[in-house]
Design a protein around this ligand. Sequence first.
Ligand SMILES: [Zn+2]
Length: 369
Amino acid sequence: MNKIPDGTTVELTGTFDGHVHLRQKKTGLLELTLPDLLDEFGGALIMCNTEPPITSIRLGLDYRAEVLSELPAGAEFDALFTYYLTDEAKADEIVEGYRRRIWRACKYMPNNGSTNTARALTRFRNGYPIYERMEEEDIPLLLHAETVGDRIDPFDAPRVFISEEMPELRKRFPKLRVCLEHITDGTAADYMAEAERNNEPTWATLTPQHFVYSRNRIFQRGSVREGTFRRGSNPSFVCWPLLQREEPHRQKLLQQVAGGNNRIGLGTDRAPHDFDKAKACEDGCGGCYPGRLALAIYAMGFEAIGSFEHFQNFACRNIPCGLYRLPPGKKKIRLTKCAARPSTMPEKIGEVVPILHGEKIPWREEAVC
Ligand SMILES: [Zn+2]
């Protein structure tokens, strides 16, 4: 990880987090999460799996008001919201909410496949009539691209979804804007390589944990060489979809980023949970939290692949300007390599245990304006 000298700086302009879970005031997590997000990003796409989920214009307006009320006065932050697809979704209401900019996209989540998904579509294909209307109205469809079930190995869930659902979706709705959220495996990487080649309107977000770590990190940490190696289960690194094997999966994702695939961009999928009550327990939730060091973790990833020239587009352009067609943002962050005086991820942020808690990250971040 120490490939470039201390003092090297990288500046990003228009940082945008393409995938966040802010939760709600009643959970105590919104007040905790929003300042971390604002520290690093000038805008974000906020997910809809609240309780209850965002399934109507009224709920969308309420949630937007709740989030905006937590923004500090004068904060320049582009908060964009999403709509939660259920079997009862009504196309007319989706279109109206989109035209009124209450939401900017619809989100598919596998039923009972992640946090607050009990009301999600029971079958991906049940949504076809809605996707048809979304294609006509040019509304993006965001996919938690996993097929879950009692016979499906959880590490295979993304491959099953992409190989079984994407060809038919694309055949029926070739112009629909689609985003594969938090891609994790070689199937998604191959799909995105094809999408770029074919100029297909498909994008993908990539989290810091899927970018920098393989699934080893769920079960071990440290290094044998440095005498810090420890084996054990690490719930802070459990998220859906799971981290995958190094070969071929993470390596294939890295190849796409290193090659500057302009359809893959930043989405942290920051998903805070009370660690003791909801994560480090039976049926513990998936969801990783990068605190306010998400960009520093991505910087480690870009340092490892030696492709800093693509960091700006990855973090600031591909998703906000490409997928959502927003003008370029203004938030400026300077990252400085500093192995001698690294950043340290806190052990705890409220009741949330972030990834890499207590560990050093050899990059420092500062807002430039
Ligand atoms: Zn998510």
